[in-house]
Write a protein of this length. Structure first.
Length: 451
């Protein structure tokens, strides 16, 4: 009888261990609402900032569990979209004549042979650096009638000093001309003295700067080619959707000729930082770093940002792209040196928008999305082959309710289960010891009677 009792207790312990809840140890969960009207087996929902904030970077602690305590296969993928974009396409053309005029100008005649596109941009191809030229463009249907002004502007290059240059002129594209005449003024920037150009940022007010031209050069512009392009609209499919994630500037301080800005996020997937400044003209070297504790920062990227606004030309380069990271903090170091600090209107962080996709045939109960488990081990599902051919519009979109539900597993509940398990184990050992003791005692008694 005692042996049977011990066996029953052992079976109970094994059954208790096997019946442990899969959601045990997860601190947070979302209820997933599946729309019954959809017939798709593939469903998806967007992760929230709260999920990013409280999950591992590799999503190792994420699970979807149905009402029957079964794991539901899922995968986290970028949301794809169809996007109309404008791209520059080359127009067929060739230079048929080049003439050097007496008034320090050159004249080029271009035959536009493209029958389908009207050029809207003219690009000067040259290896020359450190120049500043004025360009005028005229159009006509014959060599004798190239008198209609199409555009004018400036091309320049200051790349030996900073990363600011422009070799393009925008053209009005309201009419197709067979011939274009390009006149390059101040072809040779002859001036006595220096043979270089220098760009200096001069502070006038607290948040205003300008580019000041100190010297001209005697550079002669050698044109290798002129390329005409036309802006065309194209539809690009399966482009990852980029969104702006919520973030907050924690600090903005000066430190030994540089500006340090620390931004706090919810550990969303970030791959781009956009700046919006009040400054009119500037160029700065910038270092981007990331950290999860706001103490030790890791290198992400070093590059330059700039803005240029001068007569006939404007350029803005205030976005930085990099590999995707899920840091809690980002530090931006702007090397001002002896220049005025930049004045920021806004700094935004962007990244790919993701979707959690899962497979289910059961609509009788709503599954839950669990996350936040320090002891969770990686699980894998062989669903990539199923999902890779599923188009975005065939994925049923679900809702997650109780979005900010903070489910902390009751410490009393966990403690009680452990106590029960330990109690059963101790009880088994006690009963086992008692049984062994009784058997030994019976053997001694039997031996005494036989004597």
């Amino acid at each position: 009888m005692k042996i049977k009792l011990i066996l029953c207790l052992l079976i109970s312990i094994m059954f208790y261990g096997q019946c442990a809840n899969l959601s045990e140890g997860f601190r947070y969960s979302y209820q997933i609402k599946i729309p019954l009207e959809n017939e798709s087996r593939i469903y998806g929902f967007k992760p929230t900032d709260f999920f990013y904030q409280n999950s591992y970077n590799n999503y190792i602690d994420s699970r979807i569990i149905d009402v029957y305590d079964n794991l539901v296969p899922f995968i986290i993928l970028p949301i794809k979209s169809f996007k109309a974009v404008k791209v520059q396409e080359t127009c067929q053309s060739k230079i048929i004549k080049l003439t050097k005029l007496k008034n320090n100008t050159i004249e080029l005649i271009i035959n536009v042979t493209d029958p389908s596109r009207i050029p809207d941009t003219l690009s000067i191809i040259t290896k020359i650096k450190d120049f500043d030229k004025e360009i005028s463009v005229y159009g006509g249907d014959s060599l004798e009638t190239i008198n209609n002004k199409v555009s004018s502007g400036r091309i320049f290059d200051f790349s030996s000093i900073t990363n600011i240059s422009n070799r393009k002129i925008n053209l009005s594209n309201d009419k197709r001309y067979k011939f274009l005449k390009v006149i390059v003024n101040n072809f040779s920037e002859v001036i006595e003295g220096s043979t270089y150009e220098f760009i200096s940022e001069e502070r006038l007010k607290s948040n205003f700067s300008k580019i000041k031209k100190i010297h001209k050069t005697n550079t002669i512009l050698k044109i290798d080619n002129i390329i005409l392009t036309s802006m065309q609209e194209r539809i690009l499919a399966n482009r990852s959707k980029i969104i702006t994630y919520r973030s907050e500037i924690l600090s903005n301080k000066r430190n030994n000729g540089s500006t340090e800005i620390v931004i706090e996020t919810s550990k969303q997937p970030i791959s781009k930082i956009n700046f919006n400044t009040d400054n009119k003209n500037y160029s700065r070297s910038i270092l981007i770093e990331g950290s999860n504790d706001n103490k030790k920062f890791n290198y992400i990227k070093r590059t330059e940002v700039s803005k240029l606004s001068i007569p006939h030309y404007k350029e803005k380069n205030e976005s930085i792209k990099f590999q995707e990271f899920r840091y809690k903090f980002y530090k931006i170091t702007i090397y001002d040196k002896n220049l005025a600090p930049l004045s920021f209107k806004d700094i935004s962080l962007q990244g790919i928008e993701y979707q959690v996709r899962f497979i289910t045939d059961d609509f009788s109960g709503a599954p839950k999305f669990f996350f936040g488990n320090n002891k969770a081990k990686r699980v894998s599902f062989n669903i990539s082959n199923v999902l890779k051919n599923i188009e975005q519009n065939k994925v049923g979109i679900t809702k997650i309710i109780n979005k900010e539900e903070h489910i902390v597993k009751s410490s009393n509940s966990i403690f009680s289960k452990k106590i029960i398990l330990y109690f059963l184990i101790v009880l088994v050992f006690l009963l086992l010891g008692y049984a062994i003791y009784a058997i030994i005692k019976n053997v001694d008694v039997d031996t005494g009677k036989n004597v």
